[in-house]
Design a protein around this ligand. Structure first.
Ligand SMILES: Nc1nc2c(ncn2[C@@H]2O[C@H](COP(=O)(O)OP(=O)(O)OP(=O)(O)O)[C@@H](O)[C@H]2O)c(=O)[nH]1
Ligand SMILES: [Mg+2]
Length: 242
């Protein structure tokens, strides 16, 4: 099936993003009207769910906070239950340029998972200090695991094709950082193909970031632990239930 024939679900994990979620939903619906927008509101204490609904999204409200991985697993299950071929993950803070969604989906013509990557020659998004080194080290290790050059393995801007949707509906990891590193390890080890396309990343449009620079050292340690644990897990089998 060519990418233009695929039905797409745009999943937007959100925690307290009332200041930006409506604009994100409107942008997605404007540039990619054929997609359904699903905001997974993960125990927000503000008006995220209302704003998302008013802007035209479907909203899944989780009873308590599961983190981005748990929210995405719910999104993949929704996709499987409703027969969507493709899931595109987009942040609710406005950092991802919805205009790139079509390119991500086009990339699925020769991959199961397409990452919208910063530091790949487009845009001037930068991180500094330990977080930068952590991201570089992880990218180099993950490039080996995925057998392709990856520069941004912690990007949340991704498209998953039919085989990845089937795998992730059962296996998407809910642990901390599972939605990025562990998900890539699971996909690569299950034989799925991963590639990246360069994207520009914008500044967050409102709200509060979940990382802060002083947490960078902890982030590095946790990321390494997440990687090692992911490599120790048994391989996921596509179409199996182990
Ligand atoms: N479902 C869910 N979404 C979350 C949670 N924490 C953050 N998010 C969402 O995940 C997306 C990415 O989170 P951010 O805090 O922007 O993380 P980031 O983009 O890596 O960091 P910045 O560059 O500082 O913005 C945003 O849409 C958040 O609303 C959570 O616990 N559950
Ligand atoms: Mg962000």
């Amino acid at each position: 099936m060519s990418p233009v024939d695929l039905s797409a679900l745009v999943v937007i994990p959100a925690l307290n993003e009332e200041g930006s979620v409506a604009d994100v939903v409107r942008d997605v619906r404007t540039v990619y009207p054929r997609a359904t927008c699903l905001v997974v509101d993960d125990g927000s204490t503000d008006r995220t769910a209302d704003r998302a609904r008013t802007a035209g999204a479907q909203v899944l409200q989780l009873p308590f906070n599961l983190g981005v991985g748990g929210a995405m697993r719910a999104g993949f299950r929704f996709a499987r239950a409703h027969g969507y071929d493709v899931v595109v993950q987009v942040d609710a803070d406005g950092q991802h340029d919805a205009a790139m969604i079509a390119e991500l989906i086009d990339g699925l013509a020769d991959a199961d998972l397409v990452i919208g990557a910063r530091f790949a020659g487009r845009g001037d998004y930068g991180v500094r200090g330990p977080r930068k080194w952590a991201m570089r080290a992880l990218s180099s290790v993950m490039s080996r695991v995925a057998r392709t050059r990856l520069t941004d393995v912690t990007s949340g801007f991704k498209a998953a094709g039919p085989r990845a949707v089937a795998l992730f509906a059962d296996e998407f990891p809910a642990e901390y950082l599972g939605d990025t590193i562990e998900a890539l390890v699971i996909a690569s080890r299950a034989g799925l193909t991963v590639r990246q396309i360069p994207v520009e990343m914008r500044a967050r449009q409102a709200g509060v970031p979940s990382h802060r620079p002083f947490k960078a050292a902890v982030y590095l340690l946790r990321a390494c632990a997440a990687f090692l644990l992911a490599m120790m897990r048994p391989r996921a089998v596509l179409g199996g239930d182990s």
